[in-house]
Every structure is written in C-alpha cells, then in structure tokens.
Design a protein around this ligand. Structure first.
Ligand code: PLP
Length: 368
C-alpha cells in the first residue's frame, strides 16, 4: 500500500462535480471580490459556530493578526501562547509590537493550563489558547484565569473548526477566534483563506474595516487598513464544502476510532485522547498526533512501508527555533514532546483498510 500523509488531489477530485458547479457559477457571474457568496459563507459559518459574526479574511495568520489589532493588543503587551503551535501565532503577536510569552503543552498536546499563571506579568494583556489538532483546550480553566487577572482571550483556532468543549465551539470562547482554510485544514479551500469569529459587534466592525483598506460599505476610509479579503471564489467553494462538513468530521473520527482500537498502547506509544474518551470534548481530528519512543526509527519504518507521516511544524516547537529569539524560554515538557511526536495520515480520503494497515505496521514495529 502507498498512503501519502495528505492526498491533495483528492480534496478536489472526491467532490469534483459539485465543486465545479460552484466554481463555474462564480466565474460566469464574474463575482470575484466581496460578493454575495462571501456574505453567504460568513452568515452560514457564524450560524455553524453559533456566534454573531464571521468575517472572511485572506488566511488564518491574518485572522490572528487582525484580531489582535482589533482587540487593542499592541506595543510591549505580553500575550501568553503555547510553544507547541505554528509560528503564525507568535508571529502575529510580534507584528502588533507585542511579546509572545511561550508556555508548555500538556498530556493531550494542548496548552498546559497549569503553566499559564506563572507566565503572567503586569504587562500581560491576553491569553492565546491554540485549539490544536481539532481539539479544544480546557477552556473552563483558561477563562477562570483570564477573569482573575483581567486578561482577554483570543483563540488561534486555525485547527479547531468543528471541535467543541462542553458543547461550545473552538473559536467562540474569547473576544475573537480565528480559523484557517489552508488546503490541509479540516475545512480546506484551494489556496489560502481564513476567518475571524466573534460575538463582539465592535470587533466585527473593526475586522471588516481592517481587511478592506479601512473602508466601510459607503467607500469611506474610516481607519488605516490592509487588503486581507477572502476571495469570493474561495468563499463559494467553502460554502459548498460547509454543507457536508459534519460528514467529513464523522469520517475523521471513525479513522481515529480505528487507530484507537487497533494500535497497541503502552509507554512506547501514547495516542491522543480518543473520540469517545471524554464527554467534555468533541474532537475533529484535524491531526492525529501521537507520542512514540524511537520516533525517528518508527517514521522510517512506516515510510519504507509506504506510509507518509509528518512531525508537526517541521519538527520544532517555537522556542526551539534558532533565529526567532525565543530560545530563552525553558520548556522541558515540550522539548521531550518534540522528541516523540508524530502525526499519522488523517483525512477524509483514508479508507478503513488503510487505517488498519497503518495500525498493524505500528504494532509490528513494536513487536505487539
Ligand atoms: C494553519 C495554522 C495557522 C495559519 O493559518 P494560515 O491560513 O496558513 O495562515 C495558524 N495557527 C495554527 C495553529 C495553524 O495550524
């Protein structure tokens, strides 16, 4: 068998007919920038997330950056964020002139909420939980810390769309939450795309201005802004894909279930929490990130057997990057985690047989 980590052509080919129809419809109308498809997608996304506003932007990184600006985070403010995240979260903090304060991840790969209080200083303004791998952080703890220290919450929920904690969707707990529609994300388009969701009317209005050169619907430039619009064509594609998004999640959860039922666990392999492990969490399995002893050998063994795997973020947490100036953060748990973490193929084009094959190869590697 040959199982790539991610099957990019399948993103289109698996749903070619209905996507062609949506794309053609936009092209024939010549509806490219800020058109009705975008408005409709924003409306449906907000409804899906049970939130007042969704605003499409150019990508998930801009979504974080513009949210920080709209929330008033700026020069010399401290923002607490886990080191186990994509560089986009701390980069967005940097680009508003603020300081990313990196903290540990915990047993479930998510921000370790017990490490947040120690990182708080008089300069701390915000906590940025990262809703990683299609799982939502323990938001009860994060909200109670935020309330105690009067901090705002901005969620990097690039990987979190569809996942919930106690029934509430990732991205909707703080003043603003962000999603990415990068092709390999749970809801992926055919290029870059992103969105901000919020219940705050003022933040929503600011993001709308910021993404379109500071211009309001009457063409008046109300503030300085940038061009970070979600293409109408991509909005039309996402609108179509949102219709069957719950089926996509179901499929991912069924693959996760196979991994959980089949892969023998022990101190040599620790899987992420399973789909039915904890009723507070509903996980979408954006990624299936496990910890494995002899990780690099396992990765090679799987590769030799036709199975593509990836170490998240190219193999390093943010504080381990040599040139980003954050190596003074000492995060021993995250360091250990990055010696062992590995992501198995996890997407809607994986068959049950392929998941069984992958599981059996892992068991074979550990002689189980
Ligand atoms: C993908 C991702 C981003 C960035 O999203 P883009 O759309 O690629 O800009 C930010 N944070 C996390 C955690 C991500 O996984």
């Amino acid at each position: 068998m040959k199982i790539p980590f991610f099957n990019y052509p399948a993103l289109y080919l698996d749903q070619k007919d209905r996507l062609d129809k949506a794309i053609n419809d936009v092209m024939i109308r010549g509806a490219y920038i800020l058109q009705k498809d975008l408005e409709e997608f924003e409306f449906n996304l907000a409804k899906y997330c049970n939130v007042n506003h969704a605003i499409g932007v150019a990508n998930g990184t801009d979504a974080i950056w513009l949210s920080l600006i709209a929330a008033g985070i700026g020069k010399d403010d401290d923002v607490i964020v886990p080191s186990h995240t994509y560089v986009a979260s701390p980069a967005s903090i940097k680009f508003v002139g603020a300081n990313p304060i990196l903290v540990e991840c915990g047993y479930d790969n998510m921000m370790d909420t017990s490490s947040i209080e120690d990182a708080i200083t008089p300069k701390t303004k915000a906590i940025m939980p990262v809703q990683l791998n299609g799982r939502t952080c323990d938001m009860d703890s994060i909200i109670s810390i935020a309330e105690k220290f009067e901090l705002i919450i901005i969620e990097d929920s690039a990987q979190g769309l569809g996942s919930t904690f106690k029934g509430r969707m990732a991205g909707t707990f703080g003043v603003a939450g962000t999603y990415s529609f990068y092709p390999a994300k749970v809801l992926g388009c055919f290029g870059d795309g992103g969105a901000v969701v919020t219940n705050d009317d003022e933040i929503a209005e600011k993001i709308k201005l910021l993404r379109d050169h500071g211009r309001d619907s009457n063409g008046v430039f109300k503030t300085w802004g940038v061009n970070s619009r979600l293409d109408n064509l991509h909005a039309a594609i996402l609108l179509e894909k949102l219709k069957t998004f719950d089926d996509d999640i179901k499929k991912r959860r069924s693959i996760a279930e196979i991994y959980h039922n089949e892969i023998v666990q022990g101190d040599f392999v620790v899987l992420p929490p399973g789909p039915k492990d904890d009723s507070n969490h509903f996980d979408t399995f954006q990624n299936f990130e496990l910890r494995a002893k002899k990780r690099d050998e396992l990765k090679s063994f799987l590769f030799e057997n036709g199975i593509g795997t990836i170490i998240q973020w190219g193999g390093k947490a943010v504080h381990q990057e040599e040139y980003l100036g954050l190596t003074h953060f000492k995060l021993p748990y995250t360091d250990k985690f990055f010696e062992e973490c590995l992501m198995l193929p996890m997407n809607t084009s994986i068959s049950d047989d392929e998941a069984l094959y992958i599981s059996s190869k892992i068991n074979e590697f550990y002689d189980k």
